[in-house]
Write a protein that binds this ligand. Structure first.
Ligand code: DGL
Length: 293
């Protein structure tokens, strides 16, 4: 299988295809760090360019048109910084903007929904999906799971309070447990056997979710399967980075402080974070490509 997934025609290899280029990874904020961590685990040599659109978080209550436009601006910005591939580390963008972005840009773009649905449908018969309201309303997960296994029962719950809890650093506040329980209980009442974390912010809430979810319920983190797909794309297109390790670059569109705090908690090393403007057009190259001798 190529990066294009079976149902789509293959897209051309980026003509600037050079394996020293970073993989672009984006989210509305700190949620995508959960995908970044999985990228580091499965693809430890790859340089990553992370963009958290923190000036506009949360995405999950925005209109489909806004989500498409934000993705367009971010991918354009990333293409200007020579990424070789884009990993949408945001379910909301994956649900609403992936198809349009694949039509508009000439490089591999990966979304979370299809790989996660493939994993979920192989693991569960009664699947709960917790997601942002916009993702839940799109029914992207239900449709993708049912396409694979038509008789699987799927319940999608929009959880508008989860992303603010994570972004505002309220994960360990006393009220958070009650809030999480409110959204999870209806799924437990349905007798789910597995639960998809349909928003990349939610693995940050795992310590609280674990207090509410029985152990027997299989947790499905889409990060694992999207990164597996990314690895396959790099294999097929021979785009792996093979040279010396390069450091990642972390950018945000809003305030750096809160993002840095979450990044420090989540990643092993505290990253340097820059504030950027998506409309800035003349980037300085940060990943120098060695001259061919
Ligand atoms: N983490 C993103 C997602 O997976 C966006 C959440 C938000 O900003 O509402 O959907």
């Amino acid at each position: 299988m190529t990066y294009s997934q079976a149902s789509r025609p293959a897209q051309p290899v980026p003509d600037h295809g050079d394996n020293h280029q970073p993989i672009g990874v984006f989210d509305s904020g700190a949620g995508g760090l959960t995908v970044l961590k999985e990228l580091e685990r499965q693809l430890p040599n790859e340089p990553l360019l992370y963009l958290g659109d923190t000036a506009r978080v949360p995405y999950g209550t925005r209109s489909p048109e806004e989500i498409v436009e934000f993705a367009r601006q971010i991918i354009r910005w990333m293409v200007g910084r020579n990424v070789k591939m884009v990993v949408m580390a945001c379910n909301t963008s994956s649900a609403l903007a992936l198809d349009t972005m694949r039509q508009e840009f000439d490089l591999p773009i990966l979304g979370l929904i299809q790989p996660a649905a493939a994993l979920a449908s192989s693991r569960g018969q009664r699947i709960g999906v917790i997601a942002t309201p916009t993702t839940a309303k799109s029914h992207a997960y239900r449709d993708a799971i049912r396409e694979r296994s038509p008789h699987t029962a799927v319940w999608e719950v929009g959880c508008p309070e989860f992303v603010p809890i994570v972004e505002e650093g309220r994960i360990h506040h006393p009220e958070t447990l009650g809030t999480v329980r409110t959204y999870i209980q209806p799924l437990l009442d349905q007798g789910i056997d597995s639960l998809v974390y349909g928003c990349t912010h939610y693995p940050h809430l795992a310590p609280v979710l674990d207090q509410v979810l029985p152990r027997a319920i299989v947790r499905i983190d889409p990060a694992v399967s999207i990164v597996r797909d990314a690895k396959m794309v790099l294999d097929n297109l021979e785009l792996h980075h093979t040279g010396p390790l390069q450091s990642h670059r972390f950018c945000v569109t809003g305030d750096k402080a809160q993002f840095s705090l979450l990044a420090n908690q989540w990643l092993n090393e505290p990253p340097a974070v820059e504030q950027v403007s998506l409309s800035a057009t003349s980037p300085t190259p940060i990943y120098p490509i060695p001259l061919a001798i």
